[in-house]
Design a binder for this molecule. Structure first.
Ligand code: E4P
Length: 218
């Protein structure tokens, strides 16, 4: 399972990358705004900086909602760095843009997926990744992992190469459940990734080992 970090915060990206387990990055306009990145040049520069930190796919989202606008923005993003994956919202104009980019060999990530039908459409258009938002589904009392399971079954039935990128991950159990289901990738915050390392018995065991060592070694 590939691990992406879902942030535009450079220090979180550097910390996750330094662990040696980070495969890529996803961002979105809200995450960019949270870091105060505003204006076309600043946004492009920030994407470039992320691409120079992480040797892996970096999803950069278009703002346009019409086909021509998405193509224009997506081509500029893709020209920025070979790590860039053009992130496109799950709307019909977006499906057309995904098909366009797929024919040109430009990687895409179809975002804001909340149903199996949306995932199927995006896969048929040739999306490299589809991003079902499990946390946001859980927020409205609908099973996010249930959707991942459904999409896994459909993609396996037909051998779609589109990767399932479990997004809107909130905590370590989301990651474990997605791994059990066979999601290809998960994207989440640094806190969820780091929390995978925690176990009280590990802490107690380590304390004991160090104390026993100190007893005889001073
Ligand atoms: C996906 O690529 C999105 O950036 C993201 O996972 C959304 O997560 P949120 O629901 O925590 O905002």
């Amino acid at each position: 399972m590939k691990f992406f970090i879902d942030t535009a915060n450079l220090s979180d990206i550097k910390e996750a990358y330094s662990l040696g387990i980070l495969d890529g990055v996803t961002t979105n306009p809200s995450l960019m705004a949270k870091e105060g990145i505003a204006g076309y040049d600043a946004v492009m520069k920030h994407y470039l900086t992320i691409c120079e930190i992480v040797d892996g796919p970096v999803s950069a989202e278009v703002i346009a909602t019409d086909f021509e606008g998405m193509v224009r923005e997506g081509e500029a993003l893709a020209a920025l760095h070979s790590n860039i994956v053009v992130k496109i919202p799950m709307i019909l104009e977006g499906i057309k843009a995904i098909k366009y980019f797929s024919k040109k060999g430009i990687r895409t990530n179809c975002t804001l997926i909340f149903s199996a039908g949306q995932a199927l459409l995006a896969a048929k258009a040739g999306a490299t990744y589809i991003s079902p938002f499990l946390g946001r589904l859980d927020d409205v009392s609908t099973s996010g992992t249930g959707l991942i399971q459904q999409i896994r079954l459909i993609f396996d039935n037909y051998g779609f190469e589109t990767e399932i990128l479990a997004a809107s991950v909130r905590h370590p159990m989301h990651i474990i459940e997605c791994a059990e289901i066979g999601a290809d990738v998960m994207t989440g915050p640094l806190s969820a990734i780091k929390a995978l390392a925690n176990h009280p018995l590990t802490d107690i065991g380590l304390q004991q080992f160090l104390a026993d060592h100190a007893k005889v070694n001073g």
